[in-house]
Structure formats: structure tokens, C-alpha cells
Design a protein around this ligand. Sequence first.
Ligand SMILES: Cc1ncc(COP(=O)(O)O)c(C=O)c1O
Length: 362
Amino acid sequence: MDDYSRRTNAAPSQPLPNGPLSTPCFVIFEENVRHNLRQTIAACGGVERLMPHVKTHRAPWIVELLLSQGVTAFKCATPAEVEMVLAANARQVTWAYPTVNSFNIHRFVDCARQYPDAVLTGMVDSERGLEVWRSELEDAPANVRLWVDLDPGLGRTGVQMDDSALKLARAVHRLGRFAGFHVYDGHIGGDRNERREKVLALAGKVGWLIDCLSAEKIECPVLAGGSYTFDLWPRHLTQFVSPGSWTFSSAQHDIELADLDWRPAAFVLATVISVHKNTATLDAGSKAISPDKPMTERFRWDGRILLMNEEHVIVESTDLRVGDRVLLMPQHACTTAYLYDSALVKTMSHGWEKRRQLGCAR
Ligand SMILES: Cc1ncc(COP(=O)(O)O)c(C=O)c1O
């Protein structure tokens, strides 16, 4: 049975689970995930261009849902995500991490052996990294390929978008394993026009790299973008775009990407354990929600978030009562999902169902 009568901060129309339940609890509304998928496919210009990042949810049931709706390719951050996606029956998987750890590469190559009908694509951003991959790939099956990761100015990973990128691409091509260029531009923000201008400047550079390689008869697909840019990358240039956090969206998207009309789909259900003059204490502390954000901004709240300890948060409130349940909208859903190895899902048949997810397994 649902209880609509209690206060649900920033999610006033969402029903709350009302049975005996451990809190804090990760709660997902499947209908909103499906809505976000439809919006994202439309903004991509076709499901065949969408290679969603799965690190946002790390949930096998969401991979299965995406496959059933026509998604064919997936992006992952860790070997455990690669394994999860393959086990769910995906057959095109990118491991978007230019690792130089031979143990991890070994695990990836093992997956390729286990799933010979899948294509598994890793990533390199340096000659040194390629050396490590080269020795691991000596007797690897042909279904392992490599993107060359470009640095679009984020400064995190990626080779410079100049001759050094061409050199690395040629070296991977000589191995017979070149998949194309990967560009993740998570540093790009601002309003839509500002973002478009920045993406088009990058697209010019990527276009130059492609022209140089096609003059040498090297085919060069491109995989680019995240939630802030995927709909701005020119279609003729990018075979795939890879937004991820659209799946659950977030308090941040709700404001900054309102034009995409995504709906927040994942929340943390907390219980009010104590009330004081103008404050309430809930059981979703710093270990329960958006751990990568400043304490006072980890979820949307009508008043101030005053203090977070590991298992407590104190918020401004005049109307909450002890025992109330509250849905908190995370500022960052990806780092919240990762804290839970299962979620309570409001299904399309309007029931509540506990569904497994990877939690923090790597
Ligand atoms: C390499 C890579 N690709 C894609 C994404 C998805 O971007 P977003 O979270 O903006 O959807 C991320 C997110 O961090 C990423 O690191």
C-alpha cells in the first residue's frame, strides 16, 4: 500500500512505500526512467546513436530495459559494469577508462573470450598505455578493440587533440584494433548556447583528426559527450553519444537541463527520527546520499541542510513529525546509486519490487 499523505520533499506527487522497510533506502520510479529514455532517444535523433553510460545506475534490470527499447551499445567505467552488461545480453560494450593495469585488462580480455559474439572496446590515451594493452592483447580474440581517448580540455584523461592523437591512432590501427576516437567533455557547462559553441569548437578539431586519418584510409568513428552535450554534437561526426546521468536525472539537471524534460527518477527514502525547534533529524546521513557533493548541497531541500554526520542529517523544518518518511532528491544520483546494492522500484504495474544493483563492486 502507498502512503500519499506524508511530506515528500521536492517530489510532492510521488507515492511513498508504506510497509515495513529499512531506511535509508534507494527508491526508483520505473515510469520516470522510461520517460527519460524516450526523451534521450529523441534528443539523440535515434536510438542507434545512444550508447548510455551505465555507471549511473549499475542495475542489470535497467540494462535489460534499455535493450528491450532498442539500445544496442553500452558504456561502462569498471570491469564489474562490463561483466554486468554482458550478462544482461548486451553485445556492444565500451570500457571507458584508459587503464594501464594489466590485471584489469586481463579481466576485460577474459570477458571477450567468454562472450565471443560481443564486441568489447577498451581505451588508450598514451604510448605507454598501449604497450601494456599490446602485451595483454597478443593472444586475445579479435572481438577486443580500442578507442583512442582524446582530451577535449577536461584535463582528466585523453591524448592532446593534435599530431599525438594521430600517432596513437595509427599505432592502434596497425594492431588491427582501432575503434575510433572517444571524447568526454564533462567540463562543459553554461547555458545551451554557450555549450553549443564549445562543442562546435571541439567538433572542428575532431573533424580535422578524422580528415587526416581518412586521407590514410583509416576509418574513424567517434563516441562523444555526456548529458550536458550529447544533443549538441553534430550527427554526421559522432556515430555514438554517451550520456549517462539522464537515467535518474537529478536535482541539478532539473534546473540546468530543464529543456530536456527529464524527470528525477531516483530518491533516497529517509525516516524522521527526531524533531527539535525548527529542525528535523533524518536517518540519511553523509553515507547515504551524493557523497561527492558539499554536505549542505547533497539533496534538494526547501530550507537549509544544517549538518550531516555519517548516519544523521539535520534539516530546517517546521512541519515534519517523528516517524514521517521523506523522499530526498539527490544532487548527484550516480554517486548515490553506488551506495546501495538493491533498490526499491515502483514498477509499471504500480507495485513495489526490490531489485538488485551492483552497489560499490568494481
Ligand atoms: C567517460 C564518461 N562518459 C560519459 C559520461 C556520462 O556523462 P553524464 O554523467 O554527464 O551523463 C561520464 C560521466 O562522468 C564519463 O565519465
